[in-house]
Design a protein. Structure first.
Ligand code: ASP
Length: 331
């Protein structure tokens, strides 16, 4: 009898210690020239409320013991459907007035990942990425192929016009006129004229599983089928339960060249560097050395949340179990 209770005690303590005692969630809505001067009061209120609602959706799922994957997908779908952000409906436009979505998702438990790029008919691109992860033998699908696969998976499809807003058409028009006037000079797409709004989310659930995901329309006025870092595993998104989960936003070309998300994870894995220092090194050294602009959100296996950016602002919200929700936009 005594041996039996001892065994029960050992099993119980083991399963309790293997479990995380809480959860953490962090989301972003893009980094860029986000300052109080640049954002009207009514816009600030709109962003504040959207970020707060998105966070609440994710937190509710984690509070009732739902998975980090469920939380992250729910948050991203909400932000994709919100026209305030450069993802899903309301995404920025390509040089030829089209939308071209990129999205990715990764599970830290088994390093399973899925991504799509250059789609314009999948209503929620993050669902496309998740379907690639769960139901295909591939990691990354693009263009017509990604859409064909999404249709086969019975995902909701919409005509490309569904995503296009008049405000985005006007914005592109203005940029093209300036481009012609200034004989080819283009303002810095992230810092110079404020086309921020990519969305991302990272969560750690009470089972200790981390999921990271990112969704975007990419960069305004992009050409030649350009794809950014957001759908690239290791650049814009990464998750590993042993280290951390990361979602990035910013000038994708630089994030790809650095391999931002994986570089952060590698510092923890191979250098035993704390998440805060790993993120700081990647932003302030690796990215700054190339003059790349943007930011990252990250959570480590202990639920530590880190956010860092080298732009004037970043839309962000986060919460840990038992703590108050936090929403911020400016430095
Ligand atoms: N990283 C995205 C891209 O380069 C854009 C952004 O995050 O604002 O496509």
């Amino acid at each position: 009898m005594k041996i039996l209770s001892l065994l029960l005690f050992i099993t119980l303590s083991f399963s309790l210690s293997a479990q995380n005692d809480g959860f953490s969630i962090v989301l972003h809505g893009g980094a860029g020239y986000i300052t109080p001067e640049n954002l009207s009061e009514s816009k600030q209120i709109a962003y504040q409320s959207s970020l707060s609602n998105a966070l609440a959706l994710g937190t509710q799922i984690l509070e009732r013991g739902g998975t980090s994957e469920e939380a992250v997908i729910t948050v991203i779908i909400f932000l994709e459907n919100d026209t305030l952000f450069n993802a899903g409906r309301g995404a920025v436009l390509t040089h030829d007035n089209k939308v071209s979505h990129d999205a990715s998702i990764m599970n830290g438990s088994d390093l399973n990942a899925g991504a799509i790029a250059g789609s314009s008919r999948i209503k929620n691109p993050i669902r496309g990425a998740a379907a690639v992860k769960d139901f295909s033998e591939h990691v990354f699908l693009s263009g017509n192929g990604a859409e064909e696969f999404a249709e086969l998976q019975s995902l909701e499809m919409v005509p490309p016009d569904y995503f296009i807003l008049q405000s985005r058409l006007d914005q592109l028009d203005k940029i093209l006129k300036n481009e012609n006037k200034s004989s080819g000079y283009i303002l810095d797409p992230i810092v110079g004229n404020g086309k921020f709004g990519t969305v991302g989310c990272v969560a750690l659930d009470t089972d200790g599983n981390i999921t990271a995901a990112t969704s975007t329309g990419g960069m305004m006025n992009k050409k030649y089928g350009r794809i950014g870092d957001s759908p690239m595993i290791g650049a814009g998104t990464y998750a590993n339960n042993k280290t951390c989960g990361v979602s990035c936003t910013g000038h994708g070309e630089y994030f790809i060249r650095v391999g931002v998300a994986k570089e952060i994870s590698d510092q923890i894995q191979f250098g035993q560097v704390p998440l805060k220092d790993a993120v700081h090194y990647t932003i302030s050294e690796s990215l700054n050395n190339l003059n790349g602009k943007g930011g990252v959100i990250a959570i480590d296996s202990l639920g530590e949340i880190v956010i860092e950016f080298n732009t004037p602002g970043m839309f962000r919200a986060w919460q840990k179990a038992g703590e108050e929700p936090q929403i911020q936009m400016f430095k």
